[in-house]
Every structure is written in structure tokens, then in C-alpha cells.
Design a protein around this ligand. Sequence first.
Ligand code: PLP
Length: 395
Amino acid sequence: MTMPNGPHRGSSAPGFETLAIHAGQDPDQVTGAVVPPIYQTSTFKQDGVGGLRGGFEYSRTANPTRSALEECLAALEGSTPAGTRALAFASGMAAEDCLIRTICSPGDRVIIPDDAYGGTYRLFSTVLARWGLDCVPVHLPDVAAVRRCLAERPARILWVETPTNPLLAIADIAALSEAAHEAGAMLVVDNTFASPRLQRPLDLGADVVVHSTTKYLGGHSDVIGGALITSDGDIVERTAFLRNATGGVPGPFDSWLTLRGIRTLAVRMDRHCETAARVAEMLGRHPAVTQVLYPGLPSHPGHAVAAKQMSGFGGMVSFRVRGGEEAALAVCGRTRLFTLGESLGGVESLIEHPGRMTHASVAGSPLEVPADLIRLSVGLEDADDLLDDLNQALC
Ligand SMILES: *Cc1c(COP(=O)(O)O)cnc(C)c1O
């Protein structure tokens, strides 16, 4: 795979694969353990009052296993060598909640994608709306529409997902960064679908990157987690304060599992992209399929922007079938290798019906998705087996 947008580091700086395996993961100083230990402890002995050995005091505030994960995440998302910091959370939603309540005040406006992740829409439009947040969905691939919305009324945050879930729309991060900053708004990018292997929003002008590490970063469907990554020291300080005050932290074992997954992120993402491209191509030729949504297809409206800002097109493929909701549900019920289930980004392939599953909470809202839509998380099984499975399910 070509990496036109790969890590922009100096030639002497370590590459992405090296950082994924070594950043924050020096052998243990006491025992030499090659893998950072799970520091399953709530508190740390002090050598006299306030005498902290490794800077650790209480695990809500900081824990060494979590710090290892955070150091690695910062290295993968930030190409500015100094100053990029990551904060890990108990889930992607905990990270989002902490970020909004750090940056926004009641009454502030946040612009979100018109097909935002359902959980993000629910958090912003119900929970945080009661707190006073004003969230407005806009079609982010249309930069002119975003500029009009920003001009209409100032926004505190322009919240971007690209590719989006489940329609895989592509937003131009660099163009939206310019639009946001000209209007005095902050640009936040939920980079869950691409992962830092394929897309580096901070390099493209984003102020903060958000992750559900539950997905590709963890990569094995065995742990829930989230993260915020930014080079803005003030945001780091204030989000760390709120996280410590409210406590949405991941435990040591969850941090360890996530870091274990990250070590193979590069090879996994490369294979996810390769197999997803084959799946998209096959679906495009299938008579039962009316539309394939995959940014790697030249027919996708966001293909040119995706090719500019991503180094691969990812492992998510959505498609629409002839016969409406009934036909879509039938296909979801016939696959044998693609497991019917929510979530994404793991080694195993998943299939789901967004309208009735992940996006049921946006039914009747401006974010409602087509009833004949099916979403695939293409995993790492043998590609021919996956194609065979889809072919038999579509018949
Ligand atoms: C899953 C997901 C989230 C929420 O993360 P959790 O870890 O489930 O809390 C946020 N954004 C996107 C794009 C997601 O896919």
C-alpha cells in the first residue's frame, strides 16, 4: 500500500510501526519485563508525606499502565514531537462528554455531522442539551454549508467525523479546519473509523482528536475505551482536571488490553483496507445491490478528498440492497461468517442493519438512515471466504 500521507517525521525519527510497538513501552526498569505490567493498584506508597516515587499517587488521577497507553496514543496521532498529549477514558463517550464540558459552556453551539455516530448525537442532543448545549447537524462534505452555518451564529466547536458512520461520507479536514478557525471555532475530529494509521487530523489542522479505542485501536472486540489527543496544553490541563474530578478513567487491565491491540494496528489496518476494497468491488457488481458506499471507490463523492487526506480507505463498507428493509434484514440474517452485531474494527467481520441497530436512536431525527442500508466491518478472515459468505447471503 502506498502511504502518501504517512507520518511526516524527520528521516531519523521512528516510523509508525515502530512507535506503535515502542512508544511508552520501554522494558520495565525494575524487572526488565518487555511488556509494560498491569499496575492493578488503586494507590501508591509515599516516602514521607507528598514523597511520590514515580509521580503516582492515586489511580483515578494517574496509573502507570494508563500512562503507557497515553504516551503511545500521543506518539501515533501527533507528529509535532513535543507537546502532543493523550488522555485515556473509560469509553469513547466518556471522552466526548469530558471534552464538551471542558470546552463549552451552557448556551454554546456545536456543529455535528448530519450522520454523526448515534451515541454522539444522543449525548449532545439529549443529555448535554439539558445542560444547555445547542447542537446543530450539518452535511459536512458541503464546506459552503458549514461556512454559512458558522456565519449564521458563532459555534464553539465544529465536530467532524470522517469517514462517517454508517454512510461513510468524507469531510475535508483541512478545509473545515480553515473554516472553523476563521469563525473562531475549534475543530474536533472523531478519528475512530480511520485510526491514526490512515489519517492524522492534527497534521491537517484539527485542535483535538477523539477516539473510541474500542474499535480499530483495541482491535479485538474485547475492551471498551476512549481517548482525547491534542497539542493544546490548556485543553490537556483542563480535560485532565475534569477527568480526575468526574472519574471516567479506564482501569489498568483495560489500558493494557488496548495497548496490546495497538502494537499490531499498522498490519491490521493495511489488511482491513485490502479486503474491504475487494468486498466493495464485488458488491458493486452484484445485481441485488443498488449502491455501495466505500470511499475507495472512484464513484464515491468523497473519493478525491479521501485520497488526499487518508493513506488507505479503511475497513468499513456500507451498501443498499434491492427490496427495502425486509431484504436488508434478510441479508443480515443469512451471513455465516459475518457475525450479526454492533461495533466494528475488530479482527472478526461484523454485519449490521444501522436503521434497526446502531442508529435506531436517530429514527425520526434529521440523522435517520435509509432502511435498505447494511453496514459491514470487514475483518481479517480469508478474503475469499468473506466474499463467498456475502455472495450466498445476497442470493
Ligand atoms: C463507537 C464509537 C463512539 C463511542 O465510543 P464507545 O467506546 O462505544 O463509548 C464514538 N464515535 C464513533 C465514530 C464510534 O464508532
